[in-house]
Design a protein around this ligand. Structure first.
Ligand code: CA
Length: 221
């Protein structure tokens, strides 16, 4: 899952990026409104975290413009403002939620997870054949035995499982699992897929992650 953070306070921005990367998210940063707006429109983001007061264009304005084009993508405001009418104004601009600074990282993480939950069914658990993946505890089980994955392996498996039954192009995988600073090299995906197959013992007829030659990968039960 890929998140865009638009925040001009460098300390908060890097703290959030690091924290979210530890939770296996791919994170891009913009430190002003103009760059934030451009990235929001160009990237394939699963969620936006917007500061309210930004140089250039405000978070509210980014949210308004973004909403017209991307009605489904969740937006959460980070704001020092706490007056009720301003909060209402923020939500009216199309944001899904807001969190007041200073906040605890765990609280923000929980709000992000709430926004990224599937709308129906079990909230946190995704399955692929005998594999189950819990996005909240970050555990992966194969036939009830826990399998230990790195953050990137987890993020890659999560992406494939969330898109189960659909062909995932290499470029989309890179965009979702790695951030824009990542040197563009889709060969890295193969390395991670091989590691996943090995750790999950996906061999022969039991392979649940299939290669689509020249295109990418597909997860199928
Ligand atoms: Ca600010």
């Amino acid at each position: 899952m890929r998140i865009l953070i638009v925040e001009d306070e460098a300390g908060i921005a890097s703290f959030l990026k690091q924290g979210l990367e530890e939770e296996a998210f791919a994170v891009d940063l913009a430190d002003n409104g103009m760059d934030g707006l451009q990235l929001a429109f160009s990237g394939d983001y699963d969620l936006l975290l917007l500061d309210w007061m930004l140089p250039g264009i405000s978070g509210i304005e980014i949210c308004r413009q973004f909403r017209k084009e991307f009605p489904e993508t969740p937006v959460i405001f980070l704001t020092a403002k706490d007056a009720l009418e301003e909060t209402v104004f923020g939500l009216q601009s199309g944001a899904n939620d807001y969190i007041k600074k200073p906040f605890h990282f765990e609280e923000l993480l929980e709000r992000i997870r709430v926004q990224l939950r599937p709308k129906s069914g079990d909230h946190a658990i995704f399955t692929l054949g005998t594999i189950s993946l819990n996005t909240e505890t970050h555990q992966v089980f194969k036939n009830e035995t826990e399998v230990s994955l790195t953050q990137k392996e987890f993020a890659l498996l999560e992406f494939l499982i969330r898109n189960k039954g659909k062909v995932c192009r290499r470029t989309r995988i890179i965009e979702s699992v790695w951030d824009i600073q990542f040197e563009y090299n889709t060969g890295i995906i193969d390395v991670y897929i091989n590691a996943l197959r090995k750790k999950l013992s996906l061999t022969g007829s039991e392979n649940l992650i299939h290669t689509v030659r020249g295109v990418g990968y597909i997860a199928k039960d």
